[in-house]
Each structure stands twice: as C-alpha cells, then as structure tokens.
Design a protein around this ligand. Structure first.
Ligand code: COA
Length: 171
C-alpha cells in the first residue's frame, strides 16, 4: 500500500467522509459503522460528535487519507469500558480503495495509538461470521481469534453470530 496518513477527525472532513461512506452499500453493516453514509447533515453531526468524544477521551475515531489527499477509510476506538479498560476497534474502507491493505494499515496505526496514548489493555474486533474480508484484516494485524459469539451483531436482516478477535497491550 502507498503512504497514507492516519489522523483524528477534523471539522473539514464532513464532505469527504460523506462521499467515502456513501461509496458503501447503505443497506450493509455500514449503517451501523457509519451512520453518516446516507445524509450530509448526519455526516456533519457524526464528525462533530467524534471531535467532541475525542476531546472527552470517550472515543478516538480516525480518517485515513491517501497520497493525493483523498479520504480512503476510517477506523477508530469506541465503546470504551473505563473500569476494565477495553474497547471496540472498528474500520471500513471506501469501495474503490479496498484490496490494497488500507484496513490493516489503519488498524495497526489505531491500535498503536491506543496503547501509546491511553491506558487501554485490550481492543476487540467483532466481525460477523460471513464477513471473511474483515476476518482477513483481523488476522493480518495479528489479532487473536477467540471464538464465536452468538447473535452478537445486528444486521438489517437480523442478528448474526460474530467472531471475536482481540489485540492486547504489548508486555
Ligand atoms: C473489510 C474491509 C475493511 C477490508 O478492507 P481492505 O482495505 O480491503 O483490506 P485488505 O486489502 O487487507 O483486504 C482484506 C481481504 O479482503 C479481500 N478483498 C479485499 N478487496 C477485495 C476485492 N476487491 N475483491 C475480492 N476480495 C477482496 C481479500 O480476501 C483480502 O485478503 P487477502 O489480502 O489476504 O487476499 C472492507 O472491505 C470494508 O470496508 N468492508 C465493509 C465494512 C466492514 O466490513 N468493516 C469491518 C467490520 S468488522
């Protein structure tokens, strides 16, 4: 994959995040991951919310920007559990940028940020059983497959089982 920048959301990202998210099917899991895909107004709300959550250290959402300044993907840490110090790590890539290792690069960068800038111990990657592409991403970054959780992800078609992967703070 060519060089890219992984950085926290900025106010200027609204249009680009809307365009990138809209490249994905709106009836997919992306509804869950990226509620800004459908409406520009929601994209603005989403970006402003992520900036505020990062300020409060309640979530850390990043954009991945390619060489030419094009927004390729997004990834982040959310659902932070302050007592047990674990969180969810999520990611998606604009359709035209898939297949070039963008997601693994993003996940590595976001995980490194989490273990450097927060006291999180564990990052969870929860992938619907049918989402083999995302499972490949988890495997490529060295996340450990821990098992299958029943009815763990709610898709538009209903609940599905999900594979739980984790990355833990390096010793
Ligand atoms: C899953 C996703 C993040 C993968 O991102 P990516 O940057 O394409 O990741 P990679 O380039 O490492 O590709 C991962 C695997 O997907 C498959 N893949 C990627 N692009 C593909 C394409 N255009 N055609 C067929 N298979 C493809 C390959 O199996 C690849 O594994 P390999 O490199 O070992 O062959 C991306 O497809 C996406 O955004 N999907 C929708 C959102 C989502 O599912 N997010 C994760 C929720 S848990």
């Amino acid at each position: 994959m060519s060089a890219c920048t992984v950085r926290l959301y900025q106010r200027e990202d609204v249009e680009a995040i809307h365009a990138a998210a809209s490249s994905r099917s709106p009836r997919s899991i992306l509804d869950e991951l990226v509620p800004c895909a459908l409406h520009a107004r929601r994209a603005r709300q989403w970006v402003l919310l992520q900036i505020e959550l990062a300020r409060q250290r309640k979530a850390f959402e990043f954009v991945i920007v390619g060489d030419g300044g094009r927004l390729l993907a997004a990834a982040g840490i959310n659902q932070i559990h302050p007592m047990h110090r674990y969180a969810n790590l999520g990611y998606w890539v604009r359709t035209s940028a898939t297949g070039h290792g963008v997601a693994p690069a993003a996940v590595r960068a976001v995980a490194a940020y989490a273990f450097r800038e927060t006291d999180l111990i564990r990052l969870e990657i929860v992938v619907a059983v049918g989402n083999t592409r995302s499972q490949r991403v988890a495997e490529k970054v060295g996340a450990v497959r821990e098992g299958v959780l029943r009815s763990r992800v709610l898709l538009p078609t209903g609940p599905v089982d999900a594979v739980m992967y984790s990355l833990v703070r390096p010793a």
